[in-house]
Write a protein of this length. Sequence first.
Length: 234
Amino acid sequence: MSGRRRLDGAVLRYVTRVHRLGPGDPLACFDPAGAVEADAVLVAGGGDSLFCDVGELRQSAYRSLPITLIQGLAKGMKPDLTLRDATALGVERVVFVATEHAVVQLLADRASGRMERWRRIAAEAARQSGRGNLPSVEGPLSFEAGLASAGEGRRIVLVPGTPPLFEELAGLDAGAPIVLLVGPEGGLSASEIARCREVGFVPASLGDLVLRTELAAAAALGALVAWSAGRVVG
């Protein structure tokens, strides 16, 4: 909301310690959860208090990249790390799926808490990276349901020993949607890879390196972001 707002807690530390801003300095405020932004000016209050005068709200000018990440669900904090990186890299949509080689217990009574945590992680990553909106986050879905939800676009599945990722992007127009599927720690099974091929996914790799699943996703998405930027500039 527009008007005068008091800064405190993590926001105050971020503004004053990280960006070293003070009274009279302008700043851009944005709410990725609401996809809105506004211009603001910092204003001193009594003592150590700091406020900001927020101008009229407008829709965020940020535009997500038309990239969907379908990520095989992994153990522990790995899904959180993947979501954080995907958000920071501008991905439009993240879909978590269950796969044969990942034994992850998904309790139905924890579903709401898991999704709430993922939304919080995405919001924090968006603020840190200057992103003005949030990606759509879905799942965990079954593998088949994840494939069915892929949507339109060039479909790519990471498979070791296959042609380099950039070769599979040849001829693709700038701004064209891309669907990237990354398996879990144990990789995708032969039957899962075959099923991906049946529904239009082409195998691609990141070379000879063997990467952790969350690192493979970040590396592939980073390559897609760089490729997209190069196409726009060129």
